[in-house]
Design a protein around this ligand. Structure first.
Ligand code: ZN
Length: 212
């Protein structure tokens, strides 16, 4: 099916499997699930020392996973959201968190897009885990694209991008992101949450780019 037609079909008749296009209640149908898991699942777990966070993600950002994330992010098709949320929820349940923190978008970007994809995923995770979403986190700078920057430039580019107006003393937080590419933005958010006295901050992403 041509891409445009596929998107139209997904918008109005969203219940087809991403892999085989057959009718399905889930983004990936039962029959395709097995193959899907061997291709895209990598359950990555990265431990970062400074700031002290664990980054966890169930899927590699490629192929159909990438397509599903892009559908959510750029086309506002939320059909795959519960799929990712169920994997994230089972990872998150292993630890006790007080709040979920979706990576905020700058209000201009959010206004243009009409939604925040990380928030859409977090809302679904919150339903499954009963962990509330922390709403007091703002993105105060609209940062430029990170793709052509070095690691150091990326960290500088996002420095001071977030603001948190409350104390998080003793709180354990799980940041929720749609995709980790360089990690710079999400790590900056973690630094900011630690500055507000959070006890523990970890990062959970629906997908993670393969590092080269
Ligand atoms: Zn299928």
């Amino acid at each position: 099916m041509p891409e445009l037609l596929k998107n139209i079909v997904r918008t109005f008749l969203p219940s087809t499997c991403y892999v085989c296009d057959k009718l399905s209640d889930n983004a990936v149908c039962k029959d395709c699930m097995e193959k899907f898991n061997t291709v895209y699942k990598n359950e990555k777990r990265l431990f970062i020392k400074n700031p002290q966070v664990m980054i966890q993600s169930p899927f590699v950002y490629k192929g159909i996973v990438k397509e599903m994330i892009e559908d959510i992010k750029y086309r506002g098709i939320f059909f795959p959201v519960p799929f990712f949320a169920s994997y994230l929820a089972s990872m998150i349940r292993e630890n006790a968190y007080d709040f979920l923190v979706p990576v905020p978008l700058h209000f201009l970007k959010r206004w243009k897009r009409g939604f925040n994809q990380s928030e859409e995923i977090a809302k679904e995770v919150s339903k499954l885990t009963k962990i509330p979403i922390l709403k007091k986190v703002k993105r105060i700078r609209n940062t430029k694209s990170q793709t052509k920057l070095s690691r150091k430039e990326r960290m500088l580019n996002v420095k001071g991008a977030f603001r948190v107006d409350i104390s998080l003393k003793g709180k354990r937080l799980a940041i929720i992101d749609d995709v980790i590419t360089t990690g710079a933005t999400t790590l900056e958010l973690a630094i900011m949450l630690y500055k507000k006295d959070a006890e523990k901050v970890d990062i959970y992403a629906a997908s993670m780019a393969e590092m080269d």
